[in-house]
Ligand binder design. Structure first.
Ligand SMILES: [Zn+2]
Length: 142
């Protein structure tokens, strides 16, 4: 299982990077500050949510972290951490799960770090029947 491929220490550092990124969130409207970090190889790439007065233009921390990883040349991520300030750890939204699925398989570990603790899920647990590139080009009827 891919979760075992990432050491507990690497996951701890990833959570720390996500928590640090959360401090930079631009969330003046919702006050819902989120930080995320993705591990690609040995490097962590962080992002925070960035809200906009035109609410629909808001981007989530997870997608911004993925964008940072892609900018650095990554095309696959090994683990994800999402840090929120809620008592119960907050999972990624559906849009972010879809973006994570572009760069990781169902065994991708996703650490959800809330104010009171952390839980580790896999992408497959969070998005069990998602759409992906495997559906493109096979079995199409038009
Ligand atoms: Zn999201």
């Amino acid at each position: 299982m891919a979760a075992a491929a990432v050491s507990p220490g690497a996951l701890r550092r990833l959570v720390a990077a996500a928590r640090a990124a959360r401090a930079h969130a631009h969330a003046p409207y919702s006050r819902f500050r989120v930080g995320a970090a993705v591990l690609a190889g040995k490097k962590a790439h962080a992002g925070c949510n960035v809200e906009n007065a035109s609410y629909g233009l808001t981007t989530c921390a997870e997608r911004n972290a993925i964008a940072a990883a892609v900018l650095a040349g990554a095309r696959r991520v090994d683990a994800v951490a999402v840090a929120s300030g809620t008592d119960d750890p907050t999972p990624p939204c559906g849009a972010c799960l879809q973006v994570l699925a572009e760069f990781g398989g169902p065994d991708l570990p996703v650490v959800l770090a809330g104010a009171r603790g952390e839980v580790v899920r896999t992408l497959g647990e969070l998005m069990p029947h998602g759409f992906g590139k495997a559906f493109l080009g096979k079995g199409r009827r038009g």
